[in-house]
Design a protein around this ligand. Sequence first.
Ligand code: NAP
Length: 445
Amino acid sequence: MIEYRNLRVALLGAGSVGAQVASLLQKHGDELAQRSGAGLELVGVAVRDVDAPRTADIPRDLLTTDAEGLIVGADIVIELMGGLEPARSYILKALSSGADVITANKALLATHGPELFEAAEQVGAQLYYEAAVAAAIPIIRPLRDSLAGDRIKRIMGIVNGTTNFILDRMDTSGDSLESALATATELGYAEADPTADIEGYDAAQKAAILASLAFHTTVPIDRVYREGITKVTAAQVDAARAAGYVVKLLAIAERVTDRESGTEGVSARVYPALVPRSHPLAAVHGAKNAVFIEAEAAGDLMFYGAGAGGIETASAVLGDLVSAARRHVIGGPGVAESTHADLPVFPISSVTTRYQISLRVVDQPGVLAAIATLFSEHSVSIETVEQSVVGPDPVTGETEGAPGATLVIGTHEASEADLSATVLAIDASGVVSSVTSVLRVEGSE
Ligand code: NAP
């Protein structure tokens, strides 16, 4: 029998993910040792309450409330507590003592990533975080290693399962947002307080991590533009379906060139967008996640799978554990996070994309010409115009007031700044009764 060098593994947290990590590590320890070339000894599991019920069997004598004590002497520390503090302090303590750290904590990485990566680099340790974006889906390592020789143009991700479940439900069952959210809560896809998901905070954290990694640039969370799904209506989803689109909450990280200065930079943003039904992301249903990458040499790639779940996330954590153990066996310093490009992070106003705007208009001659003039005056070029028959507004369902028609205008690529100015001008012009919907269109047919 091969004698492996033993690595001491400390686990901080035994909740949904941590309990599964502890359980799988005990179950498959021998196999993981063979893959790593090192024995992986779980020396302890830090929790808040050692007597709380666990979702997996963890020997009672491994549980402790002394996280700090557990970190001392560990070769690898796995942080699965969540939250900013004390997770940040524990990780800094572990790194400063030379341990490699594995975390799934996207909130912490999006907020304090540079500080943690710097701490790891100082001592030649490594911080692994495959599970922090899209859980079970391998996306960090492909970006960091497999695509390190390519240039990424754009990443579009469905990285929040709760909102994808809700929008998919609205699309397939015609539910309202409220009703779809209630179903998501009932089925355990939404938390009691769903704010982080439906307001796009969770997706924004992941957008910051993906953009930083893809463009070798630190993208702080406060530079990620964010809109959640709370304003998406059932009527908008219906109208999208009729026009060949589906509404998805996208986290987008893109290499962009500023029109005025010609400078290359990065845009990171989260919003609900219309995705053509023929695009691979349109086929991502329920609470599943997917990340679509457009790379200069590799072309289009898509990574798909479970974006949450205890055991699914544990798979990514254990993958990191094997990588960390192999590195310990080989020796040498960890690979530092690459931020060499240091590109500027542009605001949403610099972004160019296509739009679909729905306008409620009084059905009389000259209105379309007046609207077309306003678009042209603001340098927004119209690609398609569709006028619905006189009747209820297909977006709001409104039937009251003067008889009117709905114009649905699709634009060519336009800047956010120009589009916003156009919408303001149309609103103020008096030629439309109301602007009922403005949605960005992302992804080619
Ligand atoms: P969780 O179920 O809330 O579990 C948290 C665990 O940490 C609990 O065992 C808790 O102890 C322990 N803990 C919290 N504060 C502590 C402290 N101060 N000292 C010691 N232990 C402490 O969380 P989770 O869902 O497993 O998520 C863990 C991490 O994975 C988070 O960063 C999350 O964002 C990330 N993640 C989760 C998923 C998922 O599907 N759940 C997916 C991707 C990423 P007690 O049990 O005693 O309360």
